[in-house]
Ligand binder design. Sequence first.
Ligand code: NFS
Length: 654
Amino acid sequence: MAEEKAKSIDNASLKMIEKAAKDGVNTAFDRAEAMKPCPIGMVGSCCKNCSMGPCRVPLPKSLEETPEDKRKRRGVCGATAETIAARNFIRMIAGGAAAHSDHGRGVAELFLAVAKGEASGYELKDEQKLLQVALDWGIEIGDRSNNEIAVDIGEKALSEFGKQEGEIDFLRRAPLKRQELWRQQGVAPRGIDREIVEIMHRTHMGVDQDYKNLLQQGVRASLADGWGGSMIATELQDILFGTPAPVLSKVNLGVIKKDEVNIIIHGHEPLLSEMIVAVSQDPEMIELAKSSGAKGINLAGICCTANEILIRHGVPLAGNFLQQELALVTGAVDAMVVDVQCIMQSLPDIAQCYHTKIITTSPKAKIPGAVHVEFDEHNAVESARAIVKTAIEAFPKRGSNIDIPKETTDLVAGFSHETINYLLGGIFRASYRPLNDNIINGRIRGVAGVVGCNNPRVTHDDIHVTMIKELIKNDVLVVQTGCSAMAAAKAGLLTPEAAKYAGKGLAEVCETVGIPPVLHMGSCVDNSRILMAVTAMVKEGGLGDDISDLPVAGAAPEWMSEKAISIGQYVVASGIYTVFGVNWPTLGSKEVTDFLFKDMEDMYGGMWAFEPDPIRAAHLMIAHIDKKRKALGIDKARERVLYDMDMRRELDAV
Ligand code: NFS
């Protein structure tokens, strides 16, 4: 039992891990124990890009390696440890940027179909954002209809992927100084697809063998993700499905209901899940569920599809990445619908122990053993109905081996960049001024983005929660996306009451505005909302003239996915200090690691760091925030605030 405790800090998960063992079900927690990571691959020193290898280049025998020894540490083709680590690193960026951007492309295709009236069941929900994007992209508004404008936006969005020359257009949303810096560094991206293809070309055997040049291409592709593919996904999803606003909901496996048809939506793209939300409320479907003995239809989500339907509809979260298998172990999930990304191949196997139907929906992501119901955007309602019916048919086949943990926690989510603007400034004066003012006067020390995955190599949720609590205790406002936000939600940090964990200054601001000290901004593609928020802070004034001047920092303390590396890299290249936990994939080369951890600060004003201990990592972030406060000349303001409080305490004591 003591050993199981270390697997998660979440009781519901621990109970299901225990039940899985009883049921003979193997989960990622077990597999992580059985399969130790390869020590050479883990530090980025294994190259398998051709059939002369795989070549494993070991770490130097001593720190004082002679040039002669160093020459011997090469792959068969002559590639050095630097080249190999840099190649591996930017191939991770290519994978991550491709995943986010292909998601963005899928949204753009649906968007265009909706604009042309070819995708029934969808509509353009956010007119204001439609017009904003049209303005940003120089698309004529005049007296044209929304659909006419949207056709141009959809075509323009799709053309951003294959643009052969020039720069992607959303780059112009960044502060001017940042745009200039990217141009000077030669990393302002052309089309998104082009930059990803170029990574694959340059990392092919015998092409780019200068690690700095390789890493710069990684930066360029990552910027095409953050300010391109991901931003397109976020913006067009908002226009189609609505820009998120604060919404109350619940998190954890306890949201699964014993007497209803439970459908878990898992993956990343909200295109189909939006329709499933609508169809599951259809009286005809509810009747059908009742006729099979259920009281109704209950939807819940896992991973970022969950975040998408949470922030727009308040659909509860069943859990984060490491809870996908555990949800099935309850024995009460009738169907798990998956689209793309972060879906474990073990799901159909586990489902066999229960009665659950695993339904794949994307032609890009099929799993042997799953039922495939392909999502057809031109006929989305029909696809959604077929899926909901499959779940209803599974309900009467439930076995008796059911155990649903009781745990649920309340949360507030849906803090889009636009909402923060409105909440802080109020309806008559929507603005970031109050945030900037509270940073300048020191009540808020700075802002930290804590994002990313779970990883069974570390205690589930523990690293996120410990880091976030330490940050807010030190008056750092935390903004979140992805599975990290779900970890915080389970710990009760996404409610205004969580202000009790915050330092005095931050708590005061939260209580005045009525917001939690930890703001859930959405899915991982929605890290683009964080880019917009920091840009708004720069434009508001008083905190320097570039993102790298702001007292802000980022972290992905339990990361595992290539997407996390792509996100981290565009955040760093946008000027933000970013700390990762778990392990670091370039430790096999000191030069590559130094370039990412040190040189990038001179080049971009932001750099990577690696620190698996959450408290130490939080203090690295706080130290960076304080360094920026000092450079801005606002460190004194904070000292004075603290001094005043001490004075007051002293007076009270007298
Ligand atoms: Ni992000 Fe979202 Fe979670 Fe990690 Fe996977 S769901 S896109 S990659 S595991 S945070």
